[in-house]
Design a protein around this ligand. Structure first.
Ligand SMILES: NCc1[nH]cc(CCC(=O)O)c1CC(=O)O
Length: 308
C-alpha cells in the first residue's frame, strides 16, 4: 500500500491517544512509512464550550460536526472517536469504517475523601457531567449531592485534588489510555453501574464509498466489538437517546452469541426500566432495536418525556 492517510481528531489528550492508536495500527498493518499517516487536529464547538452542560448547548454532535466537515471536504480521510461520543445519526456521506477492540467498559470512582461510593459520608458531593452517572449514583446513594462537572480528565482530577468535590466518576478505558488508572479508588460493577452505550470502544469513520480507506481500516476492525457497538447504537436510536436522558447498557459478544442489557433511568435514579436480549451476533442491530422498543413500551410517560 503506497497510500497516505490523514486522520481527523479532536485535540484532547484522550482523542490524540486514540488517533495515534489508529495511526500506529495502520502503519503496522500495512508496513507504511511513518510520514504516510498524518494526524490533523480539529477544534470543535464542543471543545470551545466549557462553562455549561453540553446538553444545554446542543448535545454530543458538537464534538463531531467540524470533524465531519473536514472528512466531507477531503481535508482528512478518516476520523477517530470515542464510540460513546458518536451521535447515533452519523453525518450524511460518512460511515462507520472500523471499530477497534474494546477496552474495559466499566466506570471507576475516584474518591478524594473516601475510596468507594458506599464509604462516602452522608451528603458528600459527587461531580459528574453525565446524567447516567448522576442517576446511578443517586439510585444507590440518594443522600449524595451530584454536581455538574465538566472538562477533560486532567482538569477533573485537579478539581478533586482541590477538594471542590468528594468524588468523581470516569471511564476506566479513558483513564488507562492516559496512564492515570492509579487514581481510581473503586471499579464500578457493570451490572449495578452499567456503562454508557459504546463506552470503551474506539470508532473510526470515513467517507461513505471510500473503498480504499475502508479496506485499509478493515485490518484494524474487531468484529465482536463492532457487533456490540451496532447493537448498543440500535438501542440508543430507538430511544433517541440524547444528553438529557440517563441511559445505560452493554452488549457482550461471546463467540457467535450476543447478550444485551439496556436501561433508562429517571434523573433522580429512583426508577429504572430495563430490557435484555440474547441472540446471534449477526442480529446485533435487531436485538438492540427490540430491547429499545421493549423499554419504550414499558417506560412511564414522564420518563419518556425526557426523549422529547
Ligand atoms: N465523554 C467523554 C469521554 N468519552 C470517552 C471517554 C472515555 C473512553 C471511552 O469510554 O472509550 C470519556 C471520558 C469519560 O467518560 O470518563
Amino acid at each position: 500500500m503506497s497510500q497516505t492517510f490523514r486522520i481527523g481528531t479532536r485535540g484532547s489528550p484522550l482523542a490524540l491517544w486514540q488517533a495515534h492508536r489508529v495511526r500506529d495500527g495502520l502503519i503496522e498493518a500495512w508496513g507504511l512509512a511513518p510520514d504516510a499517516v498524518e494526524i490533523v487536529v480539529i477544534r470543535t464547538t464542543g471543545d470551545a464550550i466549557q462553562d455549561r452542560p453540553l446538553s444545554e448547548a446542543g448535545g454530543k454532535g458538537l464534538f463531531v460536526k467540524e470533524i465531519d466537515e473536514a472528512l466531507l471536504d477531503g481535508r482528512v480521510d478518516l476520523s477517530v472517536h470515542s464510540a460513546k461520543d458518536l451521535p447515533t445519526a452519523l453525518a450524511e456521506g460518512t460511515e462507520l469504517a472500523a471499530t477497534l477492540p474494546r477496552a474495559d467498559v466499566r466506570d471507576v470512582l475516584i474518591g478524594g475523601s473516601a475510596p468507594t461510593l458506599d464509604a462516602l459520608r452522608e451528603g458528600a458531593v459527587v461531580g459528574t457531567a453525565s446524567l447516567r452517572r448522576g442517576a446511578l449514583v443517586r439510585r444507590r446513594r440518594p443522600d449524595l449531592k451530584v454536581v455538574t462537572f465538566r472538562g477533560n480528565v486532567h482538569s477533573r482530577l485537579e478539581k478533586l485534588a482541590s477538594g471542590e468535590v468528594d468524588a468523581t466518576l470516569l471511564a476506566l478505558a479513558g483513564l488507562t489510555r492516559l496512564g492515570l488508572e492509579r487514581h481510581a479508588t473503586e471499579i464500578m460493577d457493570a451490572e449495578t453501574f452499567p456503562p454508557a452505550l459504546g463506552q470503551g470502544a474506539i470508532a473510526v469513520t470515513a467517507r461513505a464509498g471510500d473503498a480504499a480507506t475502508r479496506e485499509a481500516l478493515a485490518k484494524l476492525d474487531c468484529p465482536a466489538t463492532a457487533a456490540a457497538l451496532i447493537c448498543e447504537r440500535a438501542f440508543l436510536t430507538v430511544l433517541d437517546g440524547s444528553c438529557r436522558t440517563p441511559i445505560a447498557g452493554l452488549a457482550r459478544v461471546n463467540g457467535d452469541t450476543l447478550s444485551f442489557r439496556g436501561m433508562v433511568l429517571s434523573v433522580d435514579g429512583a426508577r429504572a426500566v430495563e430490557a435484555t436480549r440474547e441472540g446471534a451476533a449477526s442480529d446485533a442491530a435487531a436485538l438492540g432495536a427490540a430491547a429499545g422498543e421493549d423499554v419504550r413500551s414499558r417506560a412511564p410517560a414522564d420518563l419518556l418525556a425526557a426523549f422529547g
